[in-house]
Write a protein that binds this ligand. Sequence first.
Ligand SMILES: [Mn+2]
Length: 322
Amino acid sequence: MRSPVTQIADLIRESDHFLVASHANPDGDAIGSTAALGHIFAALGKDFALYNTTGLPHQFDWLPLPGPLHTTMTGVESDWTFVLDCGAESRVGPELQQLMGSRAIANVDHHLGNPNFGRFNWVDDNYPAVAAMIADLADELCVPLTGHLAEAIYLGIVTDTGYFTFDNTTPRVMELASRLIRLGLQPGVVNAKIRNQWSVSRFRLWGESFATTEMFFGGKVAVAYVTRDMMARTGTDTEDCEEIVNFLRRLRGTRAAAILREEPDGAYKFSLRSAGHDNVQAVAAAFGGGGHRNAAGGTIVDSLESAKSHLVKALGEGLGLV
Ligand SMILES: [Mn+2]
């Protein structure tokens, strides 16, 4: 059987109009792979549009996009709609999700448990980032990994591997980074664009959130939270909360870290991180969430104290700490 990447390349050669979409509140991989696939379409002379229901987060203002990022589907037609980095179809947001039944969807993703919601599905959790899948596609289509395409791919891979520090940092993704650098990407310059994007408001929010940290199970689980009040007081929003959970993993001896973030409707979104065999995806799934073995999340509709205690209990059981 022919590999998914050659089939996707054929599908691209045989059509002319494409839409590229990824999940709401896009992270570096979602927006990086969206931009990268757009750059590939531009290089091939294809007609394409980019879509994200919540638009471009400020921290990615520097990223050169191959065209406008639409936040509405009005008037956007396509032969194929690429949905990138979405472990579930609802993650694209309600507007596109409603149209999905009537559109040809190419589902390109690396999340465990992706239900293959596309007409064509390329789902492979061996890839650390969708951006690395898009790099393989560029190779298949003979589009060189240089310039803005290379920056977009680099953004996706460093974001999803935690700058090559997570367990998903494979030899293959290091080889891809190596190729990008060989082809002219300047890692110091691009890393500075990606990382040095903090507002002082975000710094203050992180300080407040760090101050809420509690340790459980003899220091093996760290939990912190962010409330709407904290965001209002510091003048921040949900995108400023990204990554806090990764820093909780810095606490010596922790096997899992969790952050709870209050939503406008009072529910709590949670993010979980672990390493190695400690499976937080299974813990998230128990609350109807999802993700990867070492990075997962979901939503709990409950008070802060109750949401926290349910989550701590589930983590203790899931990691065999009780
Ligand atoms: Mn990803």
